[in-house]
Design a protein around this ligand. Structure first.
Ligand SMILES: [Zn+2]
Length: 337
């Protein structure tokens, strides 16, 4: 097939056209391939399985390892080295931010989904709308398919469990055991079970489209070209098995450390402080009674040995979330299907 993207390098093309690209569609003997906008590529095989799969990366522009991982997969598909047996939608989220090595240009895009893009009139708002429309159209055209969405990230902060998943808030729905096994196969070590709806991209696909969807944190942020993709080899293997042969690899879900949210910490005053070291790692745990936060209005003491903290942040306005206190739970306590 005549390559419509030079060297089949979707990432290079995307970064060269950060804001917009005219749609291109090409049908060949094995698939219809559509570039819907810059960094948004749909691949629909003529003969495929009953799976519609979305893989997104770079919703935060400086999180380069997942973009490099995903680009290699796309390159191998377009070059004919990897079969594509699922309907596939690939998304590079925030190319202008990627070009300047920043998380975002105006607004954190992973707070702008499920319509929250309507609250901001800037690049990330417009892009979030475009991404939502692409996903919505993609899933709507094959409503009977198994819908999957993996949103790939890396973190700025270190983590006791370098690879972890954020599971969308389920409401009263059961957890999908097959997906937990797939996370284990991808060497995800921990799963944070969300306690409420959010405006993240993965929650959008889960809640609005009924997809099994996850935010996957795959290690730490590094510039383009400085990532050791061997560290994400297991995730690469899982994605390639899924794309190449519609196979959901399964690891031992019992090995996953599962965490439920027990308290939401909120910055309540200008002098609010978290009592943690500057190099604090997510999921580090505490002893009962330890003071975790203090301000002129409040303090927070750890309620039980082993309670842990994730996503600590005090560089934010009063009233916003400064961290989540989490506690380990067991697979046997989850409602599974
Ligand atoms: Zn991120």
């Amino acid at each position: 097939m005549q390559a419509f993207i030079q060297n089949n390098d979707l990432l290079a093309f995307t970064l060269a056209h950060p804001q917009h690209a005219e749609p291109i569609r090409q049908t060949n003997h094995w698939a219809t391939i559509t570039l819907e906008d810059t960094g948004i590529l749909r691949i629909e095989p003529q003969q495929g399985s009953q799976i519609s799969l979305v893989i997104s990366a770079g919703v935060h522009g400086n999180e380069t390892a997942p973009m490099e991982l995903l680009n290699k997969i796309v390159q191998d598909i377009l070059a004919g080295r990897l079969a594509c047996s699922v309907r596939l939608l690939v998304i590079f989220g925030n190319p202008p931010a990627a070009n300047i090595g920043q998380r975002f240009t105006h607004t954190n895009m992973n707070r702008l989904f499920s319509g929250a893009w309507q609250t901001v009139d800037n690049w990330e708002g417009h892009r979030a709308k475009t991404i939502e429309t692409s996903i919505s159209d993609f899933f709507a055209e094959q409503p009977k398919h198994q819908k999957l969405h993996y949103d790939l990230h890396t973190a700025i902060r270190g983590s006791k469990y370098p690879k972890f998943a954020v599971h969308p808030f389920t409401g009263d729905k059961a957890y999908d055991e097959q997906q937990l096994a797939l996370l284990a196969a991808a060497e995800i070590e921990a799963v944070l079970l969300s306690h409420q709806p959010t405006t993240t991209l993965s929650y959008y696909s889960y809640h609005v489209h009924g997809a099994q969807a996850f935010t996957l944190e795959l290690g730490q942020v590094a510039p383009f070209g400085e990532n050791d993709l061997n560290k994400v080899a297991a995730m690469d293997k899982v994605l390639r098995a899924l794309i190449g042969s519609a196979k959901l690899l399964a690891g031992d879900a019992k090995r996953l450390k599962l965490f439920q949210v027990i308290d939401v910490l909120t910055k309540d005053a200008e002098d609010y402080q978290l009592v943690i070291p500057a190099d604090f790692k997510n999921f580090s745990d505490f002893k009962q009674g330890q003071t975790l936060t203090h301000s002129s209005l409040s303090n927070y003491q750890v309620k039980a040995d082993g309670d842990a903290l994730v996503f600590p942040n005090t560089k934010l306005p009063i009233g916003q979330r400064s961290g989540l206190v989490v506690r380990q739970t067991d697979l046997s306590r989850l409602q599974l299907e």
